[in-house]
Design a protein around this ligand. Structure first.
Ligand code: NDP
Length: 283
């Protein structure tokens, strides 16, 4: 069913979201601080509004995707939102999401917070995911329209949950990038071809290692950190070896040192027999 939907914020992501909604046949009203960014969407059938208030006017569902949460408030502060659903797809912190949900409720709006797990070219394609939290009624009402942009996943009523899970996923990604950067520096120090190392050795290894994460998560949930794979004492010696090797090869081990710190702490507590899942207790 075709809906009236507003998209406020037409940067790279907001434009991709609006375009996907237009392509699915929705009536889309768009607004951006710099008006020129609305033109390509108008050419594809969107209606450009001169102000945020004008943009919100015809729509039940108001999607906002701007730089940060202060910008969200700046854009919507003087706009009447009573009876609307505000779906805020701007990236932010859980505390900001909760504050913004209260702020929206004071204005009579239903609030959904969204964490976009995709880059703009992935929008409306398989593999794109958007996490939502906040008003379940709002999510249920607009699930079909939300599904046009990316696979929608509703994670709970606490508005801070979608941004928290979004940030947790980014944390996993940055950890992987940190490992890749150190590995790349080490391999380059030996003048070994880095692309070949990455595609034929590292990526298959990382994929194999990723498969073990749900079992580690189950150990963290249960608090049972016994292991038949490799204990912390072995890993402590292993990471020590890595760091010494980096230094011998003239590579900075800076991104690995926090791992050594936490391994040393746990082993010093007499818990060297545990598996790596036990390290979560130190955090
Ligand atoms: P862009 O830099 O392309 O666009 C930023 C948008 O924010 C522009 O529309 C800009 O308006 C607007 N804006 C900034 N400050 C204000 C303000 N004070 N008042 C009104 N509008 C303002 O960023 P993206 O589109 O890439 O990102 C938008 C959001 O989407 C961010 O929160 C980002 O983290 C999130 N996101 C982006 C992803 C990506 O891969 N790009 C992936 C996942 C999430 P103007 O054009 O006038 O400058």
């Amino acid at each position: 069913m075709s809906e009236n939907i507003s998209v406020l914020g037409l940067g790279l992501m907001g434009s991709a979201l609006a375009e996907s909604l237009l392509a699915a046949g929705h009536r889309v009203t768009v607004w951006n601080r710099s008006p020129a960014k609305a033109q390509p969407l108008v050419a594809k059938g969107a209606t450009a509004a001169a102000t945020p208030a004008e943009a919100v006017g015809p729509s039940d569902l108001v999607i906002v995707c701007v730089l940060d949460y202060p910008a969200v408030r700046e854009v919507l502060d003087d706009v009447s939102l009573a009876g609307r659903v505000v779906a805020n797809l701007t990236t932010g912190r859980p505390a900001e999401a909760r504050e913004t949900a209260s702020w929206a409720a004071e204005r009579g709006a239903d609030y959904l917070d969204g964490g976009i797990m995709a880059v703009p070219y992935m929008i409306a394609k398989p593999g794109a995911l958007i996490l939502y939290s906040g008003s379940q009624a709002a999510y249920d009402r607009h699930e079909q329209a939300l599904a046009v942009m990316a696979e929608p996943r509703y994670v709970g009523t606490d508005p801070g949950l979608a941004p928290l899970l979004d940030l947790a996923m980014l944390t996993g990604m940055y950890g992987q990038i940190a490992g890749f950067l150190e590995a790349a520096a080490l391999v380059s120090s030996a003048k070994y071809p880095l692309t070949e190392f990455t595609s034929t050795l590292l990526v298959p290894w990382l994929n194999a290692m990723a498969a073990g994460k749900p079992a580690m998560a189950a150990a963290m949930e249960s608090g049972d950190h016994r292991t038949e794979v490799s204990n912390l004492e072995i890993n402590r010696v292993g990471v020590d070896n890595l760091i010494r090797t980096f230094r011998e090869q003239g590579v900075r081990p800076d991104l690995l040192i926090p791992m050594k710190t936490i391994l040393d702490q746990r082993v010093a507590r007499g818990l060297g027999h545990e598996g790596l899942s036990g390290l979560v207790e130190e955090l």
